[in-house]
Design a protein around this ligand. Structure first.
Ligand code: KIV
Length: 302
């Protein structure tokens, strides 16, 4: 039991609906989320897709890459996000080496995201090499969002977090990857860190929605890491990130004010307390307050 509540209003965002959004020319919004409170915030804002990204390794766990993140950890966060999600489509990110070892292991791990994590789909980083696995997962009824271009799990092979597809030959490889995962049955594709014209070419060449991050404006949708979007990563400001709020600065200011008020004896004032112990003179007869409460709620008005 994941605890994902039923969407009371607004149709849930589903795999077929995302495909229709591309066909109808409606742009898709996706953000990462790692807990129920942030999921609620993005639900309130009407975001279409929530991704429990392995980026949690960097923004939540303080690591310098996503490589140590485990399947269990992503599933733990998935369950929390599912509890705060109603309408949005929920995707769990398959971490480093969770699908490459064997098809059986890929199936077992991917199934856990849906069965235990409450996700409706998995995302995996890979192109041509990932296509056979994607086909197998899709045949087993597990929707797959693919991810090509800058794939952070290959940070060492790429020699850092570098823009991919910058030369004609490299661009052709990324285009091939995109076509391969689309043909394998992926229902959507994240394009990360590639030139704008290449992202446009891919978006026009395949039928499934492309969701860009550092890939320019011509994708069918856009994704940002929520800590970047909300300004929670003060030391990190990649070129492709637009900060829509300054939660870190606001949080520091709020915590400073709390510190100062506690030190000055200003907080907590009376309104934040529970009054004093009743003396025998002021004490009500046992049960009287309960009777008063019930009368107020159900008794005759006026
Ligand atoms: O892990 C993640 O957050 C991602 C997004 C950046 C697409 O893969």
């Amino acid at each position: 039991m994941t605890g994902r509540p039923h969407a009371p209003d607004g149709r849930p965002v589903t795999v077929p609906r995302l495909g229709k959004m591309k066909r109808d020319g409606k742009r898709i919004t996706m953000v990462t989320a790692y807990d129920a409170t942030f999921a609620r915030l993005f639900e309130e804002a009407g975001i279409d897709v929530l991704l429990v990204g392995d980026s949690l390794g960097m923004v939540v766990q303080g690591l310098d890459s996503t490589l140590p993140v485990t399947v269990d950890e992503v599933i733990y966060h998935c369950r929390a996000v599912a509890r705060g999600t109603r309408r949005a489509h929920l995707v769990g990110d398959m971490p480093f080496m969770s699908w490459q070892i064997s098809t059986e292991e890929a199936l077992r791990n991917a199934a856990r995201f849906l069965a235990e994590g409450g996700a409706q789909a998995v995302k995996l980083e890979g192109g041509v090499d990932a296509a056979p696995t994607i086909e197998r997962l899709v045949h087993a009824g597990i929707p797959v969002m693919a991810h090509v271009g800058l794939t952070p799990q290959s940070v060492h092979a790429m020699g850092g977090f570098r823009v991919q597809g910058k030369t004609e030959a490299a661009a052709a490889r990324v285009l091939n990857d995109a076509k391969a995962v689309a043909e394998a049955g992926a229902y959507a594709l994240v394009l990360e860190g590639i030139p704008t014209d290449l992202a446009q070419q891919i978006t026009e060449a395949i039928d499934i929605p492309t969701i860009g991050i550092g890939a320019g404006p011509h994708c069918d949708g856009q994704v940002l890491v929520c800590y970047d979007l909300l300004g929670l990563t003060p030391d990190l400001k990649p070129k492709f990130v637009k900060r829509y709020a300054e939660f870190f600065e606001d949080g520091v200011a709020a915590a400073r004010q709390f510190r100062d008020e506690v030190r000055a004896g200003v907080f907590p004032s009376e309104e934040y307390g529970f009054g004093n112990v009743k003396t025998s003179e002021t004490e009500e007869a046992p049960g009287l307050s309960l009777v008063k409460g019930v009368r107020a709620a159900y008794g005759p008005k006026g």
